[in-house]
Design a protein around this ligand. Structure first.
Ligand SMILES: [Zn+2]
Length: 121
């Protein structure tokens, strides 16, 4: 038995990675996360703190959100801070599997490479 990460109800997951008791809870969690990311993204657009929010923007973009002007006109220090932030990110528990870790590492490397390209431009 495992506790659903959304409603806390006990359930028997179909596979080891299962964290939701039902499709409804998975859907709910996805919507909440998406709304939270969008809120962070709006804060970032409005000139909020750079760092965490940039990561949120990347996640937002990765899920198909449209972003214009992101990454343009960032200072060297901001880019360096962003690279450090990406390196410091911890893998979410639901992705912490042998394959998940490989994909996670690949995504991190790709984001860092993109930022490094900005540094060298
Ligand atoms: Zn649930």
């Amino acid at each position: 038995m495992k506790a659903c990460i959304v409603c806390g109800k006990g359930f028997s997951p179909k596979n080891r990675k299962g964290v939701y008791c039902s499709a409804a809870c998975r859907q709910r969690d996805y919507r909440v996360k998406r709304a939270a990311e969008y809120a962070e993204y709006k804060r970032w657009k409005a000139g909020g703190v750079v760092g965490e929010e940039d990561t949120a923007v990347d996640r937002f973009k990765a899920r198909g959100g449209a972003v214009s002007g992101g990454g343009v006109g960032k200072s060297r220090e901001e880019i360096m801070a962003e690279i450090r932030a990406i390196r410091a990110e911890k893998i979410p528990p639901e992705r912490d599997t042998p394959l998940g870790r490989r994909v996670w590492k690949y995504e991190q490397d790709k984001r860092v490479a993109e930022l490094e390209a900005l540094l060298n431009s």
